[in-house]
Design a protein around this ligand. Structure first.
Ligand code: ZN
Length: 152
């Protein structure tokens, strides 16, 4: 009887894994939180419970997406390359989470103009002349202001 039960339980878990796309462990954990034991007759109830959890997860998703998008926007940086005036693309890999200075890539030249701009910023912070001429200098260099724009 025990082995039959176990098999039936395993089958149910596999069904749930396929249906919800969660790991076996996650499904077992969710079921354990809610139910003390497994009863094959209650499988529809378990599936319903899991479905509710899944729906909740989906309901959270737009919020999570909005949060991610906002973060991406904050990390966007100038829309115009300060060095050459070309459009830029956000480059989150270069986002500086300590200074909150956004990362971006110059659409015309690539990461080089971003790096030149970074070097210029260091020079500016030190009160020294910049090394690389900027055709579209960003007027405001406030580390806490992430939405700096060339047109501002
Ligand atoms: Zn550029």
């Amino acid at each position: 009887m025990e082995s039959v039960k176990r098999t039936s339980f395993d089958n149910f878990i596999m069904t749930a894994v396929k249906k919800f796309g969660w790991t076996e462990q996650r499904i077992k954990d969710e079921l354990r939180k809610q139910y003390n034991s497994y009863d094959p007759k209650q499988e529809q109830v378990y599936l319903h419970h899991l479905q509710l959890l899944k729906d909740e997860e989906f309901a959270e998703e737009p919020e999570e997406k909005a949060r991610r998008e906002k973060l991406a926007e904050e990390q966007y940086g100038p829309k115009i390359c300060p060095i050459c005036g070309a459009l830029t693309t956000p480059n989150l890999g270069w986002y500086d989470k300590f200074s909150h200075i956004p990362g971006w890539t110059c659409n015309a030249v690539g990461i080089r103009h971003f790096l030149w701009w970074k070097i210029n910023n260091i020079k500016r912070l030190r009160g020294e002349p910049i090394l690389y001429p900027e055709t579209h200098p960003i007027l405001e260099h406030d580390d806490n202001r992430a939405d700096t724009q060339a047109s501002a």
